[in-house]
Design a protein around this ligand. Sequence first.
Ligand code: PGA
Length: 261
Amino acid sequence: MSADRRPLISGNWKMNHNHLEAIQLVQKLAYAIDRDDYAAVDVSVHPPFTDLRSVQTVLQADQVPIFLGAQTTQEAERGAFTGEVSASMLAKLDVSYVIVGHSERRELFAESDADVNAKARAVLGAGMTPIVCVGETLDERAGGRAEARVTQQLTGSLSGLKADAIADLVIAYEPVWAIGTGETAMPADAQQMCSHIRSCIGATFGAEAAAAVRIQYGGSVKPGNTPELMAQPDIDGALVGGASLDADDFARIVKYRLYQV
Ligand code: PGA
């Protein structure tokens, strides 16, 4: 992590918790995370769509400075897209961060880099910040193709965006083999890829955008491995799945700096 970039710790709840459970979880987080934490770290939670309004109400009523996030969006503004939710609808609910191109969306819902690009544009167009996910599979890593794969995803997902938009967005490096498996990338390997991501951004969008863009690591992030991951110079945050469903674990991840050696 660099002193110039504010860390961002994000909880991706995936398809877990109905709106009543979501209210309970966010109330627990409101107790567990305190002012000193928010002074040092940005925190976002990404509940399912059906929970957003309830979580927004709790955050607003209790003035909790956790940013509200979503897990995906539809790229079109409105129309005949049964089952979809547009970026402007999310913005209206005070959503600040929207995950796009999560590997589960890419794999289970066949989202291409072009789709991810369109979604990132829709998020930016609605005044929110995309968290653009990239990451290689185990086969790609074993075959020595991890960097090439991530470069390709970055090129496609960020195509045509302006350098100042890039400076404000968030990239999440999530090796697919580390998601939900308990396997975490070694901090040095995660750092190497995050540094590669920053170089790619620099080559396409310039040094200023590369210095400003925040890069999260994701994949079996836990309280125990966060301090070492966050100590890496090019890792500016974490995208947390499983451990974000437990208020104590997520709060300990947010408080990583208290455990840093
Ligand atoms: P995990 O998920 O922390 O459960 O591995 C991370 C993610 O999918 O964003």
